[in-house]
Write a protein that binds this ligand. Structure first.
Ligand code: NOJ
Length: 561
């Protein structure tokens, strides 16, 4: 397997709005990130993925960009950004920017021009169509509820928006648009940034026939997936982007690609494909989805999780590369989702971290995950800020008549705001995030869960993450070893091996509060064993042939033959 620095790196995602406020306006900013660079250095990460910091009216918290070459007023200035980049680089930390080019904000100059007239120079930067008998051009639904088409009175036509109506989709069929995007990317790369995380990059090519989608049970709109996900020209566009831009720099790229399977993913990340380094797949994030998508909250089955993770580990092991993540700014907190945020909070957070960080791929840590931050349950809908959550409540409760209490339970489990409550730095007011009023309320558990209380506690979740990171840095087997699932049908234990040469890493994770017995499969032979890490104190001399695991226990051994 080819070696690369981005395969050996650990990435830390910052959602700037919620990370650290340095000027008391209640909104995290670039100054706040600069203040905390030493903290990230201490944790040991190599790369920061910055969620969007560009100029934006914040309909979707920065994923609606009105100027790609300017900084969001609340976050600071371009001078602040340059300082952040310089200071991060001085500490050996790289910065990967979010690239949001499936759509812009409707307040982007291109769209302001585009909507003026059908013969405007920028008209074809976006996707405009005529309606049909006073109805939108087709039945496509937006990811944020409602139709994916918005009528514009000025020219009496509709524009496409796969997300909010303030996020019109760019027309990638237009070569001028593609070149504008490439120039903008080069501008940032020439500044010295180290890569791009590409927002919904597999949606950029749409089926130009724009057919109606199938209306599945329980849904109001047609399914757009067959006509806009991994669309007809997406690989052509990415190859072009690679040739024009990416190949000219030593950077890392990760594409956000909902609804990809391993075969399709290999087209994006295969070593010989010249597209991207890796993608974010979502299959494990879809566990528990039902007829109402993410708002159906069905308990997850460990066997299913094992199947999905294993499919990706095996599917990309030849000539591809995985990204490894449990959380991001769109997902609930993993300790609440796959662990136990109550009695076994710290144990299960460490177990989950071990399970992921010992796999093959580049691990991503989402801010606060390293201290075991949990989901939040705000009593009132008014405390929620996320456009997806608010629109879904409106559509499901007000239009379709879903029981409000049931919807609130789904929101507690799945709302994106679970990830967006402010980073919990200490037990002072507002968790040390801001001296002002935070833009979204702090999780009330900040008195118990915060950075300050974990930094110097050698048994803390923070120090456990730090150790996992340093293990990966020191051992090639964790980065490059081949993954194999063992005990495939066990319903409580997730166990696997990683193999490199005559060494094997044995990773054992109990996903329950029960105490199942682990039996080492006979085919695993070894002469010596070394205990590497675990979340309960374990004697090195314990037998590993057969033993009882404690609640949410995890252990990793290095076996040599
Ligand atoms: C995916 C991003 O992660 C999400 O936060 C955003 O709302 C959509 N793309 C639209 O940009």
């Amino acid at each position: 397997m080819n070696k690369a620095w981005w395969k050996e790196s650990i990435v830390y995602q910052i959602y700037p709005r919620s990370f650290k406020d340095s000027n008391g306006d209640g909104i995290g900013d670039l100054g706040g990130i600069i203040e905390k660079l030493d903290y990230l250095k201490e944790l040991g990460i190599d790369v920061i993925w910055l969620s969007p910091v560009y100029k934006s009216p914040n309909d979707d918290n920065g994923y609606d960009i009105s100027d790609y070459q300017d900084i969001m007023t609340e976050f600071g200035t371009m001078e602040d950004f340059d300082q952040l980049l310089q200071k991060a680089h001085d500490k050996g930390i790289k910065i990967m920017m979010d690239l949001v080019v499936n759509h812009t904000s409707d307040e982007h100059q291109w769209f302001i021009e585009s909507r003026k007239s059908t013969d405007n120079k920028y008209r074809d930067y976006y996707i405009w169509r005529n309606g049909l008998d006073g109805q939108p051009p087709n039945n496509w639904g937006s990811s944020f509820s409602g139709s994916a088409w918005e009528y514009d009175e000025n020219t009496e036509m509709y524009f496409l928006h796969l997300f909010s109506k303030k996020q019109p989709d760019l027309n990638w069929e237009n070569e001028i648009v593609r070149n504008e995007v490439y120039d903008m990317m080069k501008w940032w790369l020439d500044k010295g940034i180290d890569g791009f995380r590409m927002d919904v990059i597999n949606l950029i090519s749409k089926d130009q026939r724009f057919p109606d989608g199938e209306i599945r049970e329980g849904r109001l709109y047609g399914n757009i997936a067959p006509y806009s996900v991994n669309g007809p020209r997406v690989h052509e566009f990415l190859k072009e982007m690679n040739k024009e831009v990416l190949s000219k720099y030593d950077i890392m790229t990760v594409g956000e690609t909902p609804k990809v399977d391993t075969e399709e993913a290999m087209k994006y990340v295969g070593e010989t494909r010249n597209e991207l380094n890796m993608v974010f797949q979502f299959e494990h994030m879809g566990l528990g989805n039902g007829p109402e998508g993410k708002w159906s909250n069905i308990p997850f089955e460990l066997i299913e999780l094992k199947k999905i993770m294993t499919k990706w580990q095996k599917g990309l092991e030849r000539g591809g590369w995985n990204s490894l993540y449990w959380n991001n700014h769109d997902q609930p907190r993993v300790v609440s989702r796959f662990g136990d945020d109550n009695r076994y909070w710290a144990k299960s957070a460490k177990m989950l971290a071990t399970c992921l960080h010992m796999m093959q791929g580049t691990p991503y840590i989402y801010q606060g995950e390293e201290i075991g931050m949990t989901n939040v349950s705000f009593k009132s809908l008014e405390d929620y800020r996320d456009i997806e959550t608010l629109n879904a409540y409106n559509e499901l409760v007000k239009i379709k008549g879903k029981d409000p209490a049931e919807m609130m339970t789904a929101i507690y489990a799945k709302s994106r705001d679970n990830a967006r409550t402010p980073m919990q730095w200490d037990d002072n007011e507002n968790a040390g995030f801001t001296t002002g009023t935070p833009w979204i309320k702090v999780n009330p558990n900040y008195k118990q869960i915060n950075v300050n209380s974990q930094l110097y506690d050698k048994n803390s979740i923070f120090n456990y993450y730090k150790k996992l990171i340093s293990i990966r840095k020191q051992s090639e087997i964790v980065v490059y070893g081949t993954y194999d699932l063992i005990l495939e049908n066990h319903q409580e234990i997730y166990a696997y091996t990683r193999t490199l040469g005559d060494q094997k890493l044995l990773v054992i994770c109990n996903f329950t509060e029960n105490t199942p017995v682990f039996n080492l499969p006979e085919e695993i032979k070894y002469n010596s064993k070394e205990f590497i890490i675990g979340n309960y104190v374990t004697e090195r001399s314990d037998s590993i042939e057969s033993f009882e695991l404690k609640s949410y226990e995890t252990r990793v051994y290095l076996l040599k033959s």
